[in-house]
Design a protein around this ligand. Structure first.
Ligand code: NG6
Ligand code: CA
Length: 514
């Protein structure tokens, strides 16, 4: 090559470079123009416990009336393909806060004395929002562990919500059927008296302490059906043993009002700057002991009454936002941590009084299940003035909130299972995820792709007899098309062997470490 040729080639190259540069600039301009500007509305996630899609009247399948929850749907977007990542509580809560699938870490339902499950180094939704300038709080059920394994409930608890991104926390340690039956505010048990220390054990009872099994005459509010026969508080026996801390132990009937007033106070205190509130109601998880104002109101027994109580509290909370002039600048997500169960261990007439009500909607299974009712939950998003009310069929999982809100508030996040669904969540697009893994229990997962769901063959019980719930477990592959068969009655596995093998390949690919 002579000098002239080399020069020509160089010129050509630099011309190409200029073209590429201009092209890239144009492209980035184009993507900038289509990208929504970042926004920092207040964010409230209202998260119920074991509420089924059919328990919410906005979905039009059950017999209960939930006018306040329905308001969120009427004024926002009602998602018909919204999912929790798992059919039980701890795994779903882990996911919504971390953006990671729970089975990656083997997350299971935790006992009430378990150490903190989320590491303080881990990326979380509240931490990300704090970086975006939000003040953050969790009020209600936690169930993600506390402390470092050497728990002393009488000292400040060093690890909890405040160490994984929440500026303020007022929580029930685990569940309302697990000890300790106390609230923890920013790492300290509320109302503990110095001369009556609190002790907790999941191994053995403390000498002389009463239990449901040995002292059934003390079960004045509710008797147990299975499990739940250990320490007694407020006339109800629970899972696990506790001793002392009597002044701090809760009264179930007051819990809803307490969480509500904490939630109201938090938004009042923080109304001047962006806030994120994870308002995690305990209803309708067992034991269902609602306030007297709601007893007998649903006609479905305590489970229905507890749902009416939750609906009322949500109405009060929405009214507070209105009164403070915050409704337009607050994005609300409403959902549930897993699907419904009638008998979850207490004799509370949930099954006998259920009548024609269908908490599971049109789906099969329930809480704990790989079938749809385990994870296919109510999901609604309201942002008045910004989101056009409507219905969306977009496939969304709760753990997508991390990437979606990061995108909304202009924050970068590390790789996770969370996908940016902001356009779908705000109604700009009808397109959601292409696929999703769904966990029943113990790390067993199903895979949804489009309208197809494959449940791989598993060994185990097909029916949880006490709860009367089908687990979805069978020793053969199952394939369903839920657009035509939402009740998962027709296993199409043998009809579409190619479909199933392609889907299983994709499913394996998602299971690879991310
Ligand atoms: C189960 C409990 C059930 C409920 C569930 C957790 C028994 C027999 N059953 O082990 O009552 O507490 O755990 O529910 O103890 S969740 O919604 O918090 O995941
Ligand atoms: Ca739950």
């Amino acid at each position: 090559m002579n000098d002239k040729q080399t020069l020509r080639l160089k010129t050509k190259k630099s011309f190409i470079n200029v073209l590429m540069f201009a092209g890239a600039a144009l492209m980035s301009q184009a993507s900038f123009a289509t990208q929504a500007p970042t926004a920092k509305p207040n964010i409230v996630i209202i998260y119920t416990d074991d509420l089924g899609i059919g328990d919410v009247s906005a979905y039009g399948v059950g017999k209960l009336s939930t006018p306040n929850i329905d308001t969120i749907a009427d004024q926002g977007i009602k998602f018909t393909n919204g999912y929790a990542t798992a059919a039980t509580c701890t795994p779903s809560r882990f996911s919504i806060l971390t953006g990671q699938y729970p089975w990656r870490k083997g997350v299971q339902i935790l006992p009430g004395d378990a150490p903190l499950l989320i590491s303080p180094e881990q990326q979380t939704l509240p931490k990300m929002l704090k970086q975006a300038g939000y003040t953050t709080a969790v009020i209600g059920k936690w169930h993600l562990g506390l402390g470092n394994g050497q728990m002393d409930w009488n000292e400040h608890i060093p690890l909890g919500p405040n160490e994984v991104g929440f500026d303020y926390s007022y929580i029930m340690a685990a569940t309302n059927d697990r000890v300790p039956n106390v609230f923890v505010k920013n790492g300290d048990v509320v109302g503990l008296e110095q001369d009556d220390p609190l002790y907790v054990s999941y191994k053995s009872n403390f000498p002389g302490e009463v239990t449901g099994q040995e002292n059934p005459e003390l079960l004045t509010k509710m008797t147990y059906h299975h499990g739940h026969d250990q320490s007694i508080n407020n006339g109800v026996s629970r899972i696990g043993y506790q001793k002392g801390g009597k002044a701090a132990q809760w009264i179930d009937e007051d819990m809803s009002d307490l969480f509500l007033s904490e939630a109201q106070r938090f938004v009042k205190r923080n109304q001047a700057k962006p806030f994120f509130l994870f308002y995690t109601l305990h209803q309708p998880h067992v034991p269902r002991v609602p306030n007297r104002h709601f007893v007998g109101k649903s006609g479905l027994g305590p489970r229905g009454d507890a749902i009416l109580e939750a609906d009322w509290a949500i109405g009060q909370f929405l009214e507070t936002l209105d009164q403070l002039g915050l409704s337009d600048n607050t994005l609300i997500v409403f959902s549930s941590d897993n699907g419904p169960v009638l008998n979850d261990g207490y004799n509370d007439q949930a099954d006998t009084k259920n009548g024609q009500h269908t908490p599971w909607g049109q789906f099969r299974g329930g809480k704990y299940s790989l079938f749809e009712a385990g994870t296919h939950i109510p999901l609604m998003v309201r942002w008045q003035g910004k989101i056009k009310p409507g219905v969306s069929d977009a496939l969304i999982s709760q753990h997508d909130l991390l990437a979606s809100f990061a995108s909304m508030t202009g924050q970068k996040i590390k790789a996770s299972d969370s996908q940016n669904m902001l356009s779908a969540l705000t109604g700009q697009s009808k397109t959601g995820r292409k696929s999703l893994l769904l966990e029943g229990m113990h790390g067993r997962t199903a895979y949804r792709e489009g309208d197809w769901i494959v449940i791989p063959a598993y060994k185990g019980n097909s029916l949880m007899k006490k709860q009367n719930i089908e687990t979805g477990i069978y020793p053969f592959d199952q394939l369903y098309n839920i657009s035509t068969d939402p009740g998962q009655q027709h296993n199409l596995a043998s009809q579409y062997p190619e479909k199933i093998s392609t889907m299983l390949k994709h499913y394996q690919a998602v299971m690879q470490p991310n």
